[in-house]
Design a protein around this ligand. Structure first.
Ligand code: PMP
Length: 301
């Protein structure tokens, strides 16, 4: 890795990128059977790693997938992956698939899961997007119902999200506004949504149907600390159209302003003051918070 060669963690060891391959009989490939996380490291600090691992292990438990490592071992493996790749600012993709089985659906035919950790230098969103804000469009495809495919499970089956991304792209925008089956606003294709009206900040509660975003929860904490009135609340497209400010949150995008929704201009068409305030607070937080990858005290396996 000192020669700049990327290594990927796979089932107990590190392999070169070109050797990091899984079988076509892996049920992650055949059926989208598995779970994953997208995590970020800022300047050698892994942001909210414990929350990400909690969500991963909860997702795995929900689908009866046994992750063969303890929480602590997984933490060490992520630290080790960053160290081996000499990365400080990174995007980390942690994947646990059901593993190799036969062609049948039965997950119990799979003997052991594949555990993969990919860490790469982060492809940042251009700063211009944060300054201009983005445009989104609502899509016909609904967020999967909790009793069909729970949005709380971060599974490898992202077809629901992919279909809305296609719709958004066909509508000429980069991100989608996804409703649940009742028409209440749920989330974006891979980000949570917040609206602001008369200084009140709202984000949909979990039961509307959204992934419980780590960034979302960090923003709720920050907004509370800063004395904003922030609450979980159910709302419709109308409330989005008539909001003073709208923003999306996610690990990759952090906090991004939305300035147009289905052709309706939000506020004065520029990122608003509350959004900007929360984005800067978030960028301050990520520099201090998190698991310190290069702390000598941290044991490496
Ligand atoms: N919703 C979905 C469907 C997602 O895939 C993501 C990205 N993990 C998010 C929301 C945002 O969550 P987080 O802030 O944890 O990245």
């Amino acid at each position: 890795s000192s020669m700049g060669e990327q290594v990927i963690y796979m089932n107990g060891g590190f392999v070169k990128k070109e050797d990091a391959k899984v079988s076509v009989y892996d049920h992650g490939f055949l059926y989208g059977d598995g779970v994953f996380e997208g995590i970020r490291s800022y300047n050698g600090n892994v942001f909210r790693l414990e929350e990400h691992l909690e969500r991963l292990y909860d997702s795995a438990k929900s689908v009866m997938l046994n992750i063969p490592y303890t929480f602590e071992e997984m933490t060490d493996l992520i630290v080790q992956t960053l160290r081996r790749n000499e990365l400080k600012n990174a995007y980390i993709r942690l994947v646990v698939s059901r593993g190799v089985g036969n062609l049948g659906l039965d997950p119990f035919s799979c003997k052991e899961p594949n555990v993969i950790i990919i860490a790469e230098a982060l492809a940042m969103y251009p700063q211009a997007l944060y300054e201009s804000g983005i445009e989104i469009a609502s899509v016909a495809t609904r967020r999967s119902r909790a009793d069909v495919l729970s949005p709380k499970v971060k599974s490898l089956n992202y077809m629901n999200n992919i279909l809305v991304k296609i719709e958004a792209n066909l509508a000429g925008v980069s991100e989608a506004l996804m409703m649940n089956e009742q028409g209440y606003v749920a989330e974006g294709s891979a980000d949570n949504i917040f609206i602001i009206r008369n200084q009140k900040i709202l984000t949909p509660p979990g039961y509307v149907g959204a992934l419980e975003g780590i960034t979302r929860n960090a923003i709720i904490d920050l907004a509370n600390q800063k004395g904003y009135d922030i609450q979980e609340g159910v709302f419709t497209r109308h409330d989005v159209y008539t909001a003073d400010e709208v923003f999306l949150t996610g690990t990759a995008v952090e906090v991004i302003s939305v300035v147009k929704v289905d052709g309706r201009v939000i506020g004065d068409g520029k990122p608003g003051p509350v959004t900007n305030d929360l984005l800067s607070a978030f960028r301050e937080l990520v520099e201090q918070d998190g698991v310190k990858v290069y702390d000598e005290q941290l044991k490496a396996i």
